[in-house]
Design a protein. Sequence first.
Length: 115
Amino acid sequence: QVQLVESGGGLVQAGDSLRLSCAASGRTFSSYAMGWFRQAPGKEREFLAAIIRGGGSTRYADSVKGRFTISRDNAKNTVYLQMNSLKPEDTAVYYCNAVRFADYWGQGTQVTVSS
């Protein structure tokens, strides 16, 4: 199993940037594919970005492509989400996800973007 703890959320203005971090427990972090999702009030959880175990391949939702970048540091057991040009519609709780035979989730971090 893996435990995930997100951090880096906060209140920012439209156009600002934030970098979210997700720290994972355990010694097998590099064997997990990692992803970021978000959930806004009254909406379903939405896929944002994913990165494979070695970090060599990524994919993004159309809604964030070109603005968000996912990366990982396997030596630090951490995955990141760099978010640029934030918009009010990016306001949501952001969740880290790990996949290896099962799905694991963090508790989420709130991102609020004011106009």
